[in-house]
Ligand binder design. Structure first.
Ligand code: NAD
Ligand code: WQD
Length: 338
């Protein structure tokens, strides 16, 4: 029987790619999004890619009535909870916005799941919960650090709330996926990352600079104790991230009644900012205008995932290279700005 999966934030960057994977694996996704950081036209693009009608509900994750409507209409087997605000800088300016959307939103969802007896949840977490790690190659047992931003705090507290519920006997099956640095776009170039205003993240800043939308890329810091002085991250193709959610649903189906697992979603390899620039120039043939700039406050010098647990528990590993991801991000950017 086809499983119905509620995908909150399913029109967003990672959510939309996950909807494609879900359909390709025979699931029936039901998207819930308020389009605060995405456009309704994403749903049309999803229909074009999958050649299938997408069930989409416009609504807010903090609205209990929306869940009652969805859970009563469809027999939901599991929820993938992407919906959240994610701009680190904005969260410093306006922490309450983040506590409300990311934490209150999670609580309203959990209460609705309890009312409607839905027990399987995949929660979008982040490598931000490791803060600035003592060992840069982090596994899931690495200590969780005090987050650098209110955004990071909401991910840590979200994880802890879920852990607390399960530890105190709530019959829920939860997978916490800790994404590292998702980049790239769908190979069709029909969906991808679409930041509002000036991008904070490296890849959209690079592609917008290459197109002339931004004058110059600032490389934040060149004196870190890393391979070339610039920060190192574990960049992972968004389609690989999306695929991990399908594997997480399979794991939930085979898990004990009450369980919670945190799993890193990364490639296990680190790439520096200068290496990303070189890969971009090589893959696209476009020469990038960039300069060194002072360090960005709160940046972790180096972090990447130990991804063995994902392989063992999810039978998942990254299949795309960073070069593929950079190429796909470029194809998407060119198409979107046309
Ligand atoms: P995104 O902003 O592209 O997608 C989030 C979607 O949720 C958007 O479509 C937005 O409109 C929707 N949304 C937000 N608040 C909502 C609400 N109250 N009700 C309904 N819909 C709402 O972000 P993304 O990059 O796809 O991230 C998805 C999840 O993954 C987030 O929880 C984010 O914190 C987490 N995450 C992202 C990254 C990353 O680098 N992109 C890394 C680690 C974790
Ligand atoms: C990557 C590297 C920058 C822009 C953020 C969130 C984190 C997680 C992933 C959600 C860093 C450098 C960037 C620029 C640059 N999201 N950079 N010039 O900081 O690893 O993580 O996204 O959970 O919580 O903080 O990603 O893409 O912003 O930066 O030199 O214009 O690129 O200094 O070294 P980051 P990023």
């Amino acid at each position: 029987m086809t499983k119905n999966i509620l995908v909150t934030g399913g029109a967003g960057y990672i959510g939309s790619h996950t909807v494609v994977e879900l359909i390709q694996h025979g699931f029936n996704p039901i998207v819930l999004d308020n389009f605060s950081n995405s456009r309704p036209s994403v749903i049309d693009s999803l229909e074009e890619i999958t050649q299938q009608k997408i069930i989409s509900v416009t609504g807010d994750c903090r609205d209990a009535a929306v869940y009652d409507l969805i859970f009563s209409k469809y027999k939901i087997d599991a929820v993938i909870h992407f919906a959240a605000d994610k701009a680190v800088g904005e969260s410093v300016q306006n922490p309450l916005k983040y506590f409300d959307n990311n934490l209150n939103g999670l609580m309203v969802l959990l209460a609705a799941m309890e009312r409607h007896d839905v027990k399987h949840l995949v929660f979008s977490s982040s490598c931000t919960v490791y803060g600035n790690p003592d060992n840069v190659y982090v596994d899931e047992n690495s200590p969780l650090k005090s987050p650098e931003s209110p955004y990071g705090f909401t991910k840590l507290v979200g994880e802890q709330m879920l852990d607390n519920m399960v530890r105190h006997g709530k019959k829920m099956r939860v997978v916490l996926l800790r994404y590292f640095n998702p980049i790239g776009a769908h190979p069709s170039a029909l969906i991808g990352e679409r930041p509002q205003g000036i991008p904070n993240n490296l890849l959209p800043y690079i592609t917008q600079t290459a197109l002339g939308i931004r004058a110059e890329l600032s490389v934040f810091g060149n004196d870190y104790d890393t391979i070339d002085g610039t920060c190192v991250r574990d960049y992972i193709h968004v389609c690989d991230v999306a695929d991990a959610h399908v594997s997480a649903l399979t794991l939930l189906s085979a898990s004990p009644d009450s369980c919670i697992e945190a799993i890193n979603i990364g490639t296990g390899k680190g790439t520096s900012v200068l290496e990303i620039i070189r890969i971009f120039e090589r893959e696209t043939g476009v020469s990038l205008n960039w300069k060194f700039a002072p360090r960005r406050e709160g940046d972790v010098p180096e972090i990447y995932a130990k991804a063995d647990k994902a392989l063992h528990t999810l039978n998942w590993k990254a299949t795309y290279s960073v070069s593929d991801a950079v190429k796909h991000a470029w194809e998407w950017e060119k198409k979107t700005q046309n």
